[in-house]
Write a protein of this length. Sequence first.
Length: 266
Amino acid sequence: MKDLLPQPAPILQARLPFLPWMDPRTARMPGILPVEGEDWLRVDDAYAAQMAERERLIGAVPEVVHALLPEGRAAAEELYATVLDRLTRMEGFRIGAASALRPDGVEVALDPGAPLLTLGRLVQEDLCLMEQAGEEHRLTGGILCFPASWTLRQKIGRALVSIHRPVDSYDDGMARRVQRLFDAIRPGAALWRMNFLTYDDPALHQPRLEGQHRPRPQGHFFIRCERQCLLRLPQSRAVVFAIHTYVVPADTLTAGELAALKAAQG
């Protein structure tokens, strides 16, 4: 693997759109809510900077941020078409036959032969594909530029329980609940949840292998949240896991909000 230089500068949103630890519906796992309309892809104030970082990562270490199993190809192609269709109705995008113009003015060549890599250059969301295999769902593909302490290369091909094995709160009961949730997702009825962690390092790309623990934050200078949307593709029946990452300075919260966050983290 090539050496990757650190992220040049912090890439931050001005504020969080939602404080999941402050809402009893989302404060505890799995904390699922329905997506309103087509609101599973978003453009926010960090779009240009996040997309520049995605371009840097995809160009420097594509083998780290992208994986696609042969059995995931059909779902990846369906997701490619689904996202492009959605972008035609999002402000700031112009989708043509051979290229797409992004809200930041960058033109991206459309390559259906590399569906996930192309999508990784168009949207802020990381996109992972989970497909039914027996009684479980397996990770068959993904574009993951902004991992929070995991890696595609280690998780690709694995089932939900195996993917979440290092997560203390993901016990057998939680695994059954999440699998039932995946089984119940219907096309056109996406769901979302949002997690929350404090960090001292605001870098977006933070891959770690199982057993490599994230340094315990001392200053709690940044809040990192992932808005995770789940939607079912109608043809392949794959479940798409779309992850929009927010990083904000802790001082964007009130003292009460920050105290509640630390209490929720335990």
